[in-house]
Design a protein around this ligand. Structure first.
Ligand SMILES: Nc1ncnc2c1ncn2[C@@H]1O[C@H](COP(=O)(O)OP(=O)(O)OP(=O)(O)O)[C@@H](O)[C@H]1O
Ligand SMILES: [Mg+2]
Length: 252
């Protein structure tokens, strides 16, 4: 069985169907890019995986553990929900760092609250993760003293600190000036090949092409097309993806 198996996820907001029959799977260590126009449901899908939204139906199975099953779903306690959420790390477009904490404190806060490791171990983990994202010289800086690209790299280190099974990114560079985009994409690219399994919603087509193992193109709440970067960019089939790719290229 695949590492992550998503079966027939549906999501409505009131009477509006936002996700319809979403099914895909991925293996450990793979990078999946999700592309598609605004409003196609990309963020909602990530939020469903992360239990920030509850799907109306379907199944999410990770590493043989059923995390969600619409058939048997009942409201679960906050504690259970937090546990399930830990499988997925989230990096948002808008960084969402705690302004009152330094870069290092932002990274170590969640592991400290978990109390699974000693303070020394957590401190060492935080420092090694900040080094990994190229911020060893900024550990004691506050978010307001960091550039957008640096803040986003702190957010990546923070997500890694909880050792998620899958790291999810929702347009991690779209709030950044173009000259800062490269440094963040480089860090994400650097995580590939380690033990990170990643799902990346992105508008950066070149990045998706170069880094993803598989690409999902979403349109109007459904997976319109799925394939390798070569298939998606070299031989797109549906009219919707052709139009989307033509429009994306126009803006480059
Ligand atoms: N909380 C909500 N209540 C009602 N409708 C919502 C809610 N969240 C999202 N939607 C609707 O669901 C649809 C999909 O939104 P979503 O944010 O998932 O799109 P997206 O693909 O991430 O778009 P973008 O590229 O602009 O970020 C949109 O039509 C949106 O208006
Ligand atoms: Mg979105």
């Amino acid at each position: 069985m695949a590492f992550l198996q998503v079966n027939h996820i549906e999501k409505h907001f009131g009477s509006t169907k936002v996700l319809e029959n979403i099914s895909f799977s991925m293996e450990k260590g793979q990078v999946l890019a999700i592309i598609g126009s605004s409003g196609s449901g990309k963020t909602t899908l990530l939020r469903c995986l992360n239990f920030l939204e509850t799907p109306g139906s379907g199944q999410i199975v990770l590493n043989d553990e059923v995390l969600f099953d619409g058939e048997t779903y009942h409201a679960i306690s906050d504690e259970e929900q937090r546990k399930k959420r830990l499988h997925f790390g989230m990096v948002f477009q808008s960084f969402n760092l705690f302004p009152q904490y330094t870069a290092l404190q932002n990274v170590t806060l969640a592991p400290s609250l978990q109390k699974k490791q000693s303070a020394e171990e957590i401190d060492a983990l935080g420092k090694s993760l900040l080094k990994k994202v190229g911020l060893e010289n900024k550990m004691d800086f506050y978010p307001c003293q960091l550039s957008g690209g640096q803040q986003q790299r702190v957010a990546i280190a923070r997500a890694l600190a909880l050792h998620p099974d899958i790291l999810c990114f929702d347009e991690p560079t779209s709030a950044l000036d173009p000259e800062l985009t490269g440094e963040v994409l480089k860090v994400i690219k650097g995580l590939k090949g380690g033990d990170s399994t990643m799902i990346i919603v992105t508008h950066e087509m070149e990045f998706a092409k170069n880094v993803a193992d598989r690409i999902i193109f979403m349109a109007d709440g459904v997976i319109e097309e799925e394939g390798t970067p070569d298939e998606i960019f070299g031989n797109p089939k549906s009219e919707k993806i052709k139009a989307f790719l033509a429009k994306s290229l126009e803006t480059i």
